[in-house]
Design a protein around this ligand. Structure first.
Ligand SMILES: NC(=O)c1ccc[n+]([C@@H]2O[C@H](COP(=O)([O-])OP(=O)(O)OC[C@H]3O[C@@H](n4cnc5c(N)ncnc54)[C@H](OP(=O)(O)O)[C@@H]3O)[C@@H](O)[C@H]2O)c1
Length: 274
């Protein structure tokens, strides 16, 4: 990749993306970060050999694509002084900031931009993330390819057709790691209660979650069929599933998804007024 790639913010997500990209996909001297915390900036430079910008304006003026990786609450303050330099250099902006809509960013910068919104998730930290991507109408095919290369370096990615779908991505895969971790915790706690050592219980529960996910991804069979394959009549799985249905687990999960999606919409409104 010959593109010069910049990161505004050198926190957890930026570090995991840089770790996925350098050195195989992009050479270290084509990556630049601005991070106000000098210790963090130095650590990134030592770890990956990347360039550290003096400020965000220098980074925008030297990079073809800029990943915005700061917390939502500071985004307005971070972007406002960059309007002129962005107008002059027109980099592709790739925002991984949760909850802030593209038109809010355009409003803050006072211009139309090539902008991709990304909703990554925390398994990106171990190279197993999945990101939802939305490109506005100014983004070219080449810029979409570049964004995919970036996010696929820490997992997989899927494009969505409307920006409001990012709220669904947020409620499914953005928040989703916590849902599956809660499953792992509840099941391993139950097994621990029944006498298994905690580490054994967590290993059994988490590896079962990973194995089930791999089966879903690699099998041609439907989810219903795969569930059926584990469920013998009169057996243990049947008994457990009956108990889950009696407790309305599907309703619990549907309502949890809807609540998260609604909160994502509310946050976007709240954050557009910051
Ligand atoms: N972590 C996730 O799984 C995840 C998932 C989906 C979306 N996201 C989004 O990704 C973004 C980054 O998350 P994160 O977990 O990487 O956060 P983080 O670790 O807090 O990183 C943000 C970094 O931005 C720096 N920063 C603050 N002001 C800045 C400025 N003016 N210019 C440049 N950098 C500045 C912060 O420095 P200081 O520490 O000195 O303040 C910090 O190092 C967030 O918007 C979040 O919503 C994260």
């Amino acid at each position: 990749m010959n593109t010069k790639l910049g990161f505004i913010g050198g926190g957890n997500m930026a570090a995991s993306l840089i770790g996925g990209l350098v050195p195989n996909t992009i050479t270290a001297n084509n990556v630049m970060v601005f991070e106000p915390n000098a210790d963090k900036a130095q650590e990134l430079q030592q770890r990956f050999g990347i360039q550290i910008a003096q400020d965000n304006a220098q980074l925008v003026s030297e990079c073809d694509a800029v990943v915005i990786a700061v917390k939502p609450q500071v985004l307005h303050t971070v972007l406002s002084p960059l309007a002129a330099v962005i107008t002059k250099h027109c980099p592709l902006l790739i925002s991984i900031v949760a909850g802030i809509r593209g038109n809010t960013i355009e409003q803050w910068l006072g211009q139309s931009l090539s902008l991709v919104r990304v909703m990554p998730n925390t398994p990106a930290l171990v190279g197993a993330g999945i990101s939802g991507l939305y490109a506005n109408t100014h983004v070219t095919e080449a810029q979409k390819q570049l964004t995919e290369t970036l996010l696929n370096s820490v997992g997989q990615s899927v494009w969505v057709n409307s920006e409001s779908d990012i709220d669904s991505v947020t409620a499914l895969s953005g928040s989703g790691p916590a849902y599956f971790m809660l499953f792992i915790k509840a099941l391993s706690d139950a097994a621990e209660h029944a006498g298994l050592p905690p580490e054994t219980a967590i290993q059994l529960a988490s590896e079962t979650a990973r194995g089930a996910a791999l089966l879903v991804q690699q099998s041609d069979q439907s989810l219903e069929q795969l569930i059926d394959n584990v469920t013998s009549p009169g057996g243990t799985t049947e008994k457990a599933l009956k108990s889950m249905h009696a407790n309305n687990l599907t309703k619990v999960l549907t309502e949890a998804f809807d609540a998260a999606r609604q909160r994502s919409e509310e946050l976007a409104l709240e954050l557009s007024q910051t």
